[in-house]
Design a protein around this ligand. Structure first.
Ligand SMILES: Cc1cc2nc3c(=O)[nH]c(=O)nc-3n(C[C@H](O)[C@H](O)[C@H](O)COP(=O)(O)OP(=O)(O)OC[C@H]3O[C@@H](n4cnc5c(N)ncnc54)[C@H](O)[C@@H]3O)c2cc1C
Ligand SMILES: *[C@@H]1O[C@H](CO)[C@@H](O)[C@H](O)[C@H]1NC(C)=O
Length: 467
């Protein structure tokens, strides 16, 4: 359609502004976990108007523990009611609190009376920390609670529509935004091991997403699959009540198969070859055992059931793409972004620097590379994964050094200081201790020097109170 000529105004001039003025956008954030709360803070700080959509009636996402589990214990039924949190009752953090918190709001002990002041606290303490964070910065008022987003899609003029409904599945208004920041978490949609013969195997199957407490497994024979942090914790906890615990994983070296040192009833195995009608489980090395329950500790899938990008963004072999720096699809940048996709990382500081970058780009303060540059970067990144034999499903896996290089790249773009040296060292030291003394690393350590450096830094932040 052609627009009829408006009456020409006599003296329209566009003098260049003396100072770069920041542009305020309307931004929707999906999810009020750690990522969504941090996005809300950074976006608002940059002058944007923010609405956060949260399905639950409280903030915290993963950290809002619930004894409730899903109706399908293995998590395959697409019509099941989704429970976001994957936490088990006994979970304590696997990172020391000093390294875990946002840089602008350190995760110090005893911010309020009656708190869990341990260095590796229980999950409740992390939820309390996120509540303090939301309260301190008045983030709760930006959140629309009890709103399940079921559709995010493009409308005309490069704007986005967000469609949500309440718990009675009554639809709300369809709101239109300049930009959408996706913070829906990625530890909710279970990934399952494929096991030949499973349809005829008579036992019970579940995914660690629905594991809460050991009691239901008293005197049973458990078969855990996977060598994640969850399988480490859960196997030890269950072994106290269960008859036998068997753990099958790809990463156990042959020399270390057999009974787990220090435990009477935990055995490590090679991968499962197949399972049988009589309840037996056979392993690739030819051995076999009987099991009552198979517990899949096989991780989670990226899942965006609400997102409609006309095929621009896809999830293939658990890689979300194409994404520039794990955040922006080049052709939709910066109007669509993803926060918190990388794993094997220290999540909160990584999320924080991602959010600063996104917020600064949306306001025009930070320039973003051209579409062509972004695409070339993604091509080079994909090629480097391929050349080093990294499977596609590890696209967002970072680990020891890569995550800090990544954080610092984003920090440089955002005029923020690079990762503190103590935080990196603490991550390396804790990782080593976790491997050498997995049973006691949460209660015994020898990096007091790093803790004191951390606390010196925290004093610089006005909110780092009660150290
Ligand atoms: C077992 C386990 C242990 C962990 N241990 C640690 C640890 O020790 N230290 C650490 O730093 N990290 C740990 N993590 C990582 C943890 O996931 C992050 O710390 C953090 O919770 C990620 O936050 P998020 O906001 O990205 O996702 P989430 O916390 O999952 O939040 C996503 C939010 O989005 C909402 N949502 C999703 N879909 C919709 C929708 N369609 N509409 C509306 N709302 C929606 C959800 O309700 C939820 O509130 C652990 C994770 C797990 C699973
Ligand atoms: C790179 O890999 C991602 C993730 O699998 C994929 O979505 C994307 O299309 C690839 N991009 C290019 C430019 O090859």
């Amino acid at each position: 359609m052609t627009i009829p000529n408006a009456t020409p105004s006599p003296t329209v001039r566009f003098p260049p502004p003396a100072m770069p003025s920041l542009i305020s956008r309307n931004v929707a954030v999906i999810g009020a976990g750690a990522a969504g709360l941090c996005a809300a803070l950074e976006l608002r700080g940059e002058g944007h108007r923010v609405v956060v959509y949260e399905r639950e009636t409280q903030i915290g996402g993963t950290w809002a523990y619930t004894p409730e589990t899903e109706t399908d214990p293995i998590g395959l039924d697409p019509t099941r009611k989704v429970v976001q949190s994957s936490l088990y009752a006994s979970l304590r953090t696997n990172l020391p609190r000093e390294s875990m918190g946002f840089r602008g709001y350190p995760f110090v002990a005893n911010r309020k009376p009656g708190r869990d002041s341990r260095r590796f606290p229980g999950h409740r303490e992390v939820l309390e920390y996120l509540r303090d964070f939301a309260e301190e910065f008045g983030l709760g008022e930006l959140v629309r609670f009890g709103r399940d987003v079921w559709h995010v899609g493009l409308v005309e003029d490069r704007k986005w529509v967000v469609k949500s409904r309440d718990m009675n599945r009554e639809e709300g208004d369809n709101e239109v935004y300049d930009a959408v920041v996706i913070c829906n978490g990625h530890f909710t949609e279970p990934r399952i091991a494929e096991i030949p013969g499973i349809d005829e195997w008579p036992g019970k199957q579940m995914h660690s997403h629905n594991y809460r407490v050991p009691d239901p497994f008293r005197d049973q024979v458990l078969m855990l699959i996977g060598s994640s942090a969850s399988s480490d914790d859960i196997s030890r906890e269950i072994s106290i009540v269960a008859k036998e615990v068997h753990v099958a994983s790809r990463s156990v070296e042959d020399g270390r198969l057999g009974k787990l040192p220090g435990h009477d009833n935990i055995w490590l195995h090679s991968m499962i070859r197949n399972v049988h009608k009589d309840g037996m489980v056979s392993f690739e090395d030819g051995t076999e055992i009987y099991a009552d329950v198979i517990l899949h500790c096989t991780g989670y899938k990226y899942h965006f059931p609400f997102l409609e990008t006309n095929g621009v963004v896809t999830v293939e072999d658990n890689a979300v793409g194409p994404l520039y720096k794990h955040i922006f699809p080049p052709t939709l940048a910066p109007w669509l972004s993803f926060v918190g996709l990388p794993w094997k990382v220290v999540p909160f500081p990584l999320i924080e620097i991602q959010c600063k970058w996104i917020a600064g780009i949306l306001s025009g303060r930070i320039p973003l590379e051209s579409k062509e540059e972004m695409t070339a970067d993604i091509e080079a990144f994909n090629a480097s994964l391929e050349a080093t034999g990294v499977p596609k499903r590890y696209t967002h896996r970072m680990g020891e050094h890569q995550q800090f290089e990544y954080d610092d790249w984003l920090a440089a773009k955002s005029s923020s200081p690079p990762t503190e040296e103590w935080r990196k060292q603490m991550y390396f030291v804790t990782g080593r201790r976790k491997r050498s003394t997995p049973e006691t690393y949460r209660d015994r350590w020898d990096d007091e020097d790093l803790i004191s450096l951390a606390h010196q830094d925290f004093k610089k932040y006005p909110l780092g109170i009660n150290l």
